[in-house]
Write a protein that binds this ligand. Structure first.
Ligand SMILES: *Cc1c(COP(=O)(O)O)cnc(C)c1O
Length: 243
């Protein structure tokens, strides 16, 4: 088990390095985030103990279940799933540093209220639905700037950039279009000069499309399958409101 994970990590790091080279970028411009849904704490531990820092769950329940076993090994937790407002308390309790899936104003408002009460702040990325699929979360691209402006007004929410899940398609150019949309929104937001935000991070690219994402400017690639193997649940289980 350990050998598999280490071997896969090596392959992924090489893929990132090669994609950066091809795109004329420095490899340290792109962070590897491990998407750990369905992966046991024991397996996650192997990755963290071997140099990985950044991990992320999709469901608060899994964050909670693995918390005890991982809390004493230094790492950083992001959250990349659909966040229900009644789970906000847990996000803070289990020390999530960045919510990458901020996609609506009422979530921002409630997160802000809770953070104020606890005298804390949190990093956020605005999740944009660039593939125009109803099954995926994220703000509509045409409303992304407006949402960013409103979220920027909450003193406890530190906007660091944008996140998207690209279209699932074997056609690279269709996937690329999603990443280009995110990049364009980033550029438009930068021109707006919104106070108190950063727009450095573009979280895009997964096991199957990270090369394309890196070519289009990704700074965080979120990888699950290519490191930990295939999952028993289809991704729709995590990405669909009905679950
Ligand atoms: C599962 C997941 C990933 C990683 O997907 P893989 O194809 O397994 O690399 C990335 N982002 C999100 C939001 C996910 O839910």
């Amino acid at each position: 088990m350990k050998e598999d994970i280490l071997h896969n990590l090596e392959i992924i790091n090489n893929r990132i390095k090669n994609a950066c080279k091809k795109a004329g970028r420095k490899p340290d411009e792109v962070k590897l985030l491990l998407a750990t849904k369905t992966v046991s704490a024991e397996r996650i531990k192997v990755a963290i103990e071997n140099g990985q820092v950044l991990i992320a769950e999709n469901k608060v329940q899994e964050l909670k279940e693995k918390y005890e076993e991982l809390k004493d090994i230094p790492h950083i937790n992001h959250f990349i799933g659909h966040l229900q407002t009644n789970k906000i308390k847990d996000i803070l309790k289990y020390e999530v540093m960045c919510v990458q899936s901020l996609d609506r104003l009422d979530l921002a408002e409630k997160l802000h209220q809770r953070l104020l009460a606890e005298n804390k702040t949190i990093e956020v990325l605005i999740q944009v639905n660039t593939s125009n699929e109803e099954s995926k979360f994220g703000v509509d691209p045409k409303n992304a700037i407006e949402l960013t402006k409103k979220v920027a007004e909450f003193s406890t929410l530190n906007i660091k950039g944008l996140m998207t899940i690209g279209l699932f398609s074997a056609e690279t150019e269709k996937v690329r279009k999603c990443f280009k949309i995110l990049k364009n929104i980033q550029q438009e937001i930068i021109l707006e000069n919104i106070p108190n935000i950063e727009m450095k991070e573009l979280s895009m690219g997964m096991s199957g499309d990270l090369e394309t994402a890196i070519e289009e400017g990704s700074t965080i690639v979120r990888v699950g399958t290519a490191v930990f193997g295939t999952r028993i649940y289809p991704d729709s289980y995590y990405w669909n409101e009905k679950n």
